[in-house]
Design a protein around this ligand. Structure first.
Ligand code: ZN
Length: 148
């Protein structure tokens, strides 16, 4: 099995609903994504996928759709006021936790036909969440540590 990863950085804001901790307030993160692809076969170039193609597909989508935006649950009461102010929002159906954002990135990569096996989102240098499916044997690997 071959496995390649690409790291993607982006900034986002969010807050969590139905939650009593500090993250119930609007705040932001320097998110760090590790996108992992795996396959048993390589193409004629000897590659699983060109790193440039990973950048072109997933990095570009995150840059254009999520970077420097507020990611909120669709029914968040803050949506009306922020929309009124012209703030760029990303509205999703689930609480914008690191777990759910990792899953959304995973689903996008999969929908674009990439052999994605895991997406890990580092919300802070010490806290990350990852999402994977059974395609890799039902396990999530921890992936490379976040660079200092
Ligand atoms: Zn947060």
């Amino acid at each position: 099995m071959f496995r390649v990863t690409r790291q993607i950085d982006f900034c986002y804001g969010h807050r969590l609903l139905d939650y009593q901790g500090k993250c119930r307030h609007l705040h932001g993160h320097n998110g760090h994504v590790v996108l992992a692809l795996a396959d048993t076969e390589l193409d004629e170039r000897g590659m699983l996928l060109d790193f440039g193609e990973m950048k072109q597909i997933v990095h570009r989508w995150i840059d254009e759709e999520w970077d420097h935006r507020m990611i909120l649950r669709r029914d968040d009461p803050a949506v009306a006021a922020l929309t009124e102010l012209g703030e760029p929002l990303v509205l999703i159906d689930v609480n914008p936790t690191a777990e759910n954002l990792a899953r959304l990135i995973f689903e996008y990569a999969k929908q674009r036909g990439l052999p994605v096996v895991e997406v890990r989102l580092w919300e802070t240098p010490k806290c990350s969440a990852s999402y994977c499916e059974g395609a890799s044997g039902g396990w999530c690997e921890s992936g490379p540590p976040r660079p200092a």
